[in-house]
Design a protein around this ligand. Structure first.
Ligand code: GRF
Length: 189
């Protein structure tokens, strides 16, 4: 039974949606303070949409080519569904300062590095190229600067000598799936 007073949450995705899956599973548990009321994607082919449709989660695709107009539409949708938390999960678009200001709830993101190191893309290859001993993943509040909001939780993992960006990404993704629910609990409980 999903409690009536759980925090209605929207998950923003662009791709495979493995973090969406783990957040959805978590949202069905008793200790979850959230329930997922909406999935938004900028990519109509995102595999995560197959999952959200299978679970009958309301899912909307928006074309981010006209960012100002689309952000306005999304804000209307979020308001209509009383969304109070946005979880960016593999979402590859940058939300504007105006959107972040207008959305009265919290926006959090998962980034596959130990922020503030390795903001942006290709984090695993960059960490390997720099012979880093550790990498990991970070959940942070979203502000108008890329990957720069207040850190909520991080998980550090060792980079192995023989790691490629593929093998490292795979190991970190597993940690992401555990970290995201923990960060939601930390935020609300
Ligand atoms: C993950 O590595 C996540 O850290 C990054 O996007 C990748 C794919 O995430 N933001 P998902 O499988 O779509 O949740």
């Amino acid at each position: 039974m999903i409690g009536p007073n759980k925090i209605k949450t929207a998950i923003f995705i662009s791709g495979s949606g493995t973090n969406l899956k783990s957040l959805y599973k978590f949202s069905l548990t008793k200790k979850s303070p959230i329930k997922i009321g909406l999935v938004i994607s900028n990519n109509k082919d995102a595999k995560g949409l197959l999952f959200s449709k299978k679970k009958k989660i309301i899912s909307k695709v928006f074309n981010f080519k006209r960012k100002i107009i689309v952000e306005h539409k999304i804000l209307k949708e979020l308001k209509k569904r009383k969304i109070r938390l946005i979880c960016l999960a593999g979402f590859m678009k940058i939300l504007s300062k105006n959107f972040i200001k207008k959305f009265k709830g919290k926006i959090i993101n998962i980034h596959p590095s130990l922020l503030p190191k390795y903001k942006g893309l290709n984090t695993h290859q960059r960490a390997i190229n720099n012979s880093e001993k550790f990498s990991g993943c970070t959940i942070h509040l979203v502000n108008h600067k890329l990957d720069s909001g207040k850190i909520i939780l991080q998980k550090r993992i060792k980079i192995h000598k023989q790691d490629t960006s593929k093998s490292l990404a795979k190991r970190i993704l597993k940690e992401e799936h555990k970290l995201y629910p923990k960060a939601v609990i930390k935020l609300y409980c």
